[in-house]
Design a protein around this ligand. Structure first.
Ligand SMILES: Nc1ncnc2c1ncn2[C@@H]1O[C@H](COP(=O)(O)OP(=O)(O)OP(=O)(O)O)[C@@H](O)[C@H]1O
Length: 262
């Protein structure tokens, strides 16, 4: 269960931005969708504890991470959050395995035996074993994304926050990695909150989508109840595809879906 109701303001000398975001969901995969600069990343940063709201609350799976009324404000490491940043933010001077194990490493004792085993298991899970000693700059976009995902999962988080996980990838790779992400979500049974600008991410992965405009959530689209893809596109202001507009093809697709479920 993700339950968020926050207000915050960020400003510098010339600009000021007010965010007021409120949403609640039990969906395993939720998307934050909206134009650039509408407040999606600020929402993730507040959930991760990197930015403090002026008021409101943030609850994940029954744990309160922040509550202005009761003065609760857990430090980022105590929030048990896996964060995949835009462009991954891998440490360029560390190897793949050191990047994955970074959050488990103590400065004094290094990586424990358990930590080392966890890193090895993650490297194997994401097909990165042969790249363990390589630096991020020598990896492809898809490999970098896997390293970032493995690093986000290493601390066994209660939730994964993904800031445009596929934006840096070429379109062909996106489909493959979407499927991988869906598998990760099922395998770890972990709720995922993902920012995206891509309608295909929404259609393939999200069970619910919160639509942002000017620092507020203006719409919620629930995809769990068999919502038509054309309807989702319409709600998001994206034109329907030829297939979705054709009643005969739509009926055939529904029959096929029905056949698969039966
Ligand atoms: N420290 C700051 N001072 C002033 N304005 C800021 C500050 N940080 C962010 N903003 C502004 O707040 C707005 C919302 O930023 P945010 O990063 O949440 O947008 P976003 O919806 O994630 O956009 P994108 O999809 O392009 O990443 C933007 O206009 C941004 O320029």
């Amino acid at each position: 269960m993700i339950d968020v109701d926050i207000s915050l303001t960020v400003s510098d000398r010339t600009r000021r931005f007010d965010l007021s975001a409120r949403f609640s969901t039990e969906a395993g995969f939720a998307a934050l969708y909206g134009p650039s600069g509408s407040g999606k990343s600020l929402t993730l940063q507040a959930i991760a504890g990197l930015l403090q709201p002026t008021k409101g609350f943030i609850r994940i799976g029954g744990t309160t991470l922040f509550d202005s009324e009761s003065g609760i404000d857990l430090a980022p490491p105590a929030r048990r959050i896996g964060y995949l940043f835009q462009n991954y933010a891998l440490f360029p001077h560390l190897s793949v395995e050191d990047n994955v194990g970074f959050g488990l490493t103590s400065w004094r004792q290094g990586l424990s035996t358990e930590g080392r085993e966890r890193v090895q298991a993650l490297l194997a899970r994401f097909g990165l074993d042969h790249l363990a000693r390589s630096r991020p700059a020598t990896l492809s976009g898809g490999q970098q994304q896997r390293v970032a995902l493995a690093r986000a999962l290493a601390c066994e988080p209660d939730i994964l926050l993904l800031d445009e996980p596929f934006a840096a990838l070429n379109p062909l790779l996106r489909g493959e990695l979407r499927e991988e992400l869906a598998q990760v979500q099922r395998q770890w049974d972990i709720p995922v909150l993902m920012i995206t600008h891509d309608i295909e991410d929404v259609l393939h992965l999200a069970q619910v989508t919160f639509v942002y405009e000017h620092g507020q959530i203006v719409r919620e689209i629930d995809m769990l109840n068999g919502t038509e893809q054309a309807h989702v596109r319409e709600q998001l202001g994206v034109p329907a595809t030829a297939e979705e507009s054709d009643p005969l093809r739509r009926t055939l697709r529904r029959l096929l879906q029905f056949g698969r479920q039966a």
